[in-house]
Design a protein around this ligand. Sequence first.
Ligand SMILES: [Zn+2]
Length: 211
Amino acid sequence: MKLVILGAPGAGKGTQAGLLADRLGIPTISTGNLLRAAMQQGTDLGKQVKEAMDAGKLVSDELIIQLVKERLGQEDCKDGYLLDGFPRTLAQAKALSGFAKIDGALSIEVSDSEIEHRMEGRRICSKCQATYHVEDNPPKVEGICDKCGGQLVIRKDDTHDVVENRLHIYHEETEPVKEYYRQEGLLLAVRGQKKLADTTQLVFDALGISL
Ligand SMILES: [Zn+2]
């Protein structure tokens, strides 16, 4: 199965992608990992990625498309793969259609207010990295980790302004991609649930596979 996974930051996309990849025995290809690997291996593409990043520029669509194309041509992708973080733009989606036949684009839909609730209420232990939520999964003592007694802190990425900004960028970039797959008849939308296991059930049902 060749799948694209779409979902806002905090929607649980990475978690569901991991579960699906394990169940189907196929790799998850994430753009972040691809970029890191290319830089480490020092390939021609990797050097171009590094140059762009060192200059503080965004890596171009063209470069990312080239990296994904190469990766999907490798042996372990023969029976399928999950694409996480790609395509992020309409140009990338169209390019992908030129070299891969995608079976579906799974979109995990979570409302902005729910994402804000999830991320802004999140607290992380400064010692052991355990995660809590002030309402949904509170520690026994406010501000203190149950497991190790460490101080709970708010990550920089979880503040209101950062979350709002990331959601704004996500919608701007991803709506055209979703619309593209809708028109191609490939869009599978699943509503993200409060409980992770409930979302997983809906995802597997949408794809017609048993848990
Ligand atoms: Zn802790």
